[in-house]
Design a protein around this ligand. Structure first.
Ligand SMILES: [Fe+2]
Length: 308
């Protein structure tokens, strides 16, 4: 669906939206409202969201242009190397609410912020919303670079001497097999639980092409080390065991996977694996977004299940 109405304007729609937001906030809270607008952005405005996912802002800009033109809003659109800045100097909806009700509650603009959050989720873009006044706001659309997600990974990875030594142990092991890992900086992960030997893995990312739509990583686990149970809503992934042996848990089943084995992991299915031997896996998948990791253990301070 798009906003493509023609004919008579029904500005009272803005009053009912305003009333609905206040009601939902009061009765169900902000998380519920966030989910409501996330679904609106991704399912009601599916066409816009699909274009964004494919790296195309055209449908979103067309939507904004159409809406603000039709409703007589005052706005400017600038595009430069940094991205797109859509400056709404006079929001027609907010102006109408002020005209009818005297003022516009701050919470009214949550719809702009939350819709933009929903539209940018798991796309190559981030959309920042700055509310400047009663009827004024700026929306800035920037393209994420492919290193962003890896940078986020480094934010939660182990650092320093311990990480360096762990990575070296992995490289030494793989070299002893006559193989060579890519010359990238690895992510040494303990998933925030502080017991790397028990819960952890080392990742070597060779590609994470958000726009082109593919990702490739080598994952390494030591014997007894587990990549904890999680699922992805977006990332469909396939594992290939390059060398070693793991106990794989996938979708409620447990089985051993060894060198040469392949497993396709559907979105929404829980999976974890534990090294039986030192094991190197190749993971090929859709693009990887840190927020698209949903760990069963909600104490893991990473991804979509974590609530700080
Ligand atoms: Fe996974």
């Amino acid at each position: 669906m798009r906003y493509q109405d023609t004919g008579e304007l029904h500005r009272d729609f803005h009053l009912s939206t305003n009333g609905t937001i206040s009601y939902v906030l009061e009765k169900y809270g902000e998380d519920f409202l966030r989910e409501l607008f996330r679904r609106t952005a991704q399912f009601v405005y599916k066409d816009i969201y699909q274009h964004l996912k494919q790296g195309d802002t055209g449908a979103l800009l067309e939507h904004w242009n159409y809406y603000f033109h039709r409703e007589g809003g005052d706005f400017s659109l600038t595009e430069d190397a940094d991205g797109i800045t859509f400056h709404v100097k006079k929001c027609p909806a907010a102006s109408y609410i002020i005209q009818r009700e005297g003022k516009v509650p701050e919470t009214f603009f949550l719809q702009v912020t939350l819709l933009n959050e929903g539209w940018s989720e798991n796309t190559p873009f981030s959309i920042e919303t700055q509310i400047l006044g009663d009827t004024e706001y700026i929306m800035t659309v920037r393209r994420n670079t492919k290193v962003d997600e890896l940078d986020k990974g480094f934010d939660v990875a182990l650092q320093g001497e311990f990480a360096r030594q762990a990575a070296q142990r992995v490289r030494d092991t793989v070299n002893s097999w006559g193989l060579k890992l890519p010359d990238v900086e690895p992510l040494v992960l303990d998933f925030g639980l502080g017991e790397f030997e028990k819960t952890g893995e080392v990742e070597f990312w060779i590609a994470n092409e958000n726009e082109a739509g593919y990702c490739g990583k080598f994952l390494f686990v030591f014997p007894g080390q587990t990549c904890p149970r999680h699922m992805h809503k977006e990332k469909l992934e396939t594992f290939f065991i390059v060398k070693g042996k793991v106990l794989m848990c996938h979708d409620g089943r447990e089985f051993v996977m060894a060198k040469g084995d392949v497993l396709r992991v559907e979105t929404g299915t829980l999976h974890s694996f534990t090294g039986i031997e030192p094991t190197l896996l190749l993971e090929v998948s859709r693009p990887s977004f840190i927020e698209d990791n949903f760990f069963e253990n909600v104490k893991i301070p990473i991804g979509g299940n974590y609530k700080p």
